[in-house]
Design a protein around this ligand. Structure first.
Ligand code: ZN
Length: 325
């Protein structure tokens, strides 16, 4: 009998749900608006409805479903299956979402994990990490999310909040971060901080071709900064170098911490392509202790938009295989 798994990627705006077979081939998927304002019960109803309709669409019965995986934004309590809180979904506080969803889907075994860890697991199990046992994962977007896999297991820490890689301090006393610390990787290496550093430099009087963008649109995006760096603007190039150096420092620190086979970047910023990757690699090569130079591969993720649902389904399968659920 083929076994099937449902993966849920719960976001602040949309809920993506996918049905996978035991080889993690996608059988069917759907996306529905989250409607987080309506509160947990209404959201659970949407997840359950989407899950049941995918089973029906694939001519499967509830007994064909083996387990459910759910990825959620913000901190989650993995053992209890609870969303602790979420900035995108303020009505979700200590919400036992795992069991609420499971009860609508045949009371099947389920897991709930924060979305950064889920995406990390997806890339580890089915993407560029497929052949390795140890991997670091960083999402470069508005902020920086992270995931760490050691010896084939996600590192969760005592309270489930390990791998907050964006808040590792790389420049003590440096730029203020949203988390309240100073000098975090996120304050230099995220898309927002890249744009913010360019804006601040121009406002402080530095010359740049970005000045016209700021005057016209009243804001500069990370994409603008990379674009103008490519066109040879000196300030934009310096800013992008700063972003790459921060991320390279993080790679060095993580290499010395867990010795991963690869450090995988994903998120909106990887659209910059080689302009980002080659810079990170160059800074890394300059920073790293010579003896460890060749041991880590720095690369981009390959799974794309389905990472969340693949990761959630795959993590549920892994939890079953390990006897965790
Ligand atoms: Zn921080």
């Amino acid at each position: 009998m083929t076994e099937y798994f449902i993966g849920v990627d719960l976001g602040g705006t949309n809920i993506k749900v996918g049905c996978f077979d035991q080889q993690m081939n996608l059988v069917a998927k759907t996306s529905v608006p989250t409607g987080a304002d309506m509160g947990p019960e209404a959201v659970v109803e949407r997840i359950v409805e989407a899950g049941n309709s995918l089973l029906k669409e694939s001519s499967l019965k509830i007994d064909d479903l083996i387990a459910i995986g759910i990825g959620t934004p913000g901190p989650a309590d993995y053992p209890k299956g609870i969303i602790i809180k979420s900035t995108n979904m303020p009505k979700f506080v200590n919400t036992p979402l795992r069991d609420m969803v499971a009860s609508g889907l045949g009371n099947k075994p389920a897991i709930l994990e924060n979305d950064a860890n889920v995406a990390c697991w997806g890339e580890f199990a089915m993407g560029v990490g497929k052949e390795v046992t140890d991997m670091i994962f960083m999402t470069l977007g508005t902020g920086i999310g992270g995931g760490v896999v050691c010896n084939g297991e996600l590192v969760r820490g005592v309270g489930g909040n390990a791998a907050e890689l964006g808040h590792v301090i790389i420049y003590p006393g440096g730029r203020a971060c949203n988390c309240g610390q100073r000098g975090c990787v996120e304050a230099y290496g995220s898309a927002n901080s890249t744009a913010a550093r360019a804006t601040e430099a121009i406002q402080a009087g530095e010359d740049s071709s970005l000045k016209k963008i700021l005057e016209k649109h009243r804001e500069i995006t990370c994409k603008d900064v990379f674009q103008h760096a490519e066109n040879g603007d000196t300030l934009a190039s310096e800013i992008v170098e700063g972003t790459a150096e921060a991320l390279a420092l993080m790679c060095v620190n993580m290499l010395h911490t867990t010795e991963p086979a690869c450090v995988v970047f994903t998120g909106g910023m990887i659209a910059a392509g080689d302009a980002l990757l080659t810079r990170i690699q160059r800074h890394f090569d300059q920073l790293i202790w010579i003896l460890k130079k060749e041991t880590v591969k720095i690369c981009f993720a390959t799974l794309g938009e389905d990472t969340g649902i693949i990761g959630a389904a795959s993590l549920a399968q892994h939890a079953m295989q390990q006897g965790q659920i």
